[in-house]
Unconditional design. Structure first.
Length: 223
């Protein structure tokens, strides 16, 4: 990967991208506050489980499907996939996060004159994964690179959230990132081959943490 596609991917996964991903912890804040996660290795296990049993079985396979649909400009399929992904968000908090990130990225793509970002194309609020795939197609980023960038961006936000919630120093945060980086290619591998019947495996603990976080008395991250 080189040239403009690489630069556009770096832009797309930058923490400076104005989509607001930093405002959400996806249940991590409750898991830490409740004492489920106390040590660095426990945080690593939590994030790795999410990568392997959530991103790899839902977001990444759908990223591939969205990418193919955008390449053929199949709006009906895009709306079907978007409805499916929204239905897979197990808590109100997770759905609102996806909506907020999706709308923010859609607004950015519109401002950058991406024609297919027209909000009138969608039956429901576009998900972040849907808009991320659109950006990848528009900027000619290969799907394999786009998928790895998607996971990296998610992981970086999770580590940043953990740094704010617990007394982790920047060095410890970097150790978590370095420990989990080698898993990203394996998590992304085979995402295009996940059949429909295996999409959307559930992580009940994450759903529970997210639902309880919605009513957590004191929190740093949005519900």
């Amino acid at each position: 990967m080189a040239g403009q596609a690489l630069l556009h991917l770096m832009h797309l996964v930058s923490p400076a991208l104005p989509v607001g991903a930093y405002a959400y912890s996806q249940g991590l804040e409750y898991a830490i506050d409740s004492g489920w996660l106390k040590e660095q290795n426990e945080l690593e296990d939590w994030m790795l489980s999410l990568m392997q049993r959530s991103l790899a079985t839902l977001d990444l396979p759908l990223l591939h499907r969205f990418y193919a649909a955008w390449q053929s400009n199949n709006i009906d399929e895009i709306n079907r996939l978007n409805d499916y992904l929204r239905a897979c968000r197990e808590t109100r908090e997770l759905l609102l996060e996806d909506e907020q990130l999706g709308v923010a990225l859609n607004r950015l793509l519109q401002s950058l004159e991406v024609a297919q970002a027209d909000i009138n194309l969608y039956r429901a609020t576009p998900s972040f994964t849907c808009q991320f795939a659109l950006a990848g197609v528009h900027w000619n980023i290969a799907i394999e690179d786009l998928a790895e960038g998607f996971v990296w961006s998610w992981l970086e936000n999770q580590v940043a959230a953990a740094t704010k919630i617990v007394p982790l120093g920047q060095t410890q945060a970097q150790k978590i990132l370095v420990a989990l980086l080698p898993h990203i290619p394996a998590v992304c591998k085979g995402a295009s081959d996940v059949p429909d019947e295996l999409l959307g495996q559930s992580l009940p603990g994450v759903a529970l943490a997210s639902s309880l976080h919605e009513r957590q008395y004191s929190r740093l991250f949005r519900s």
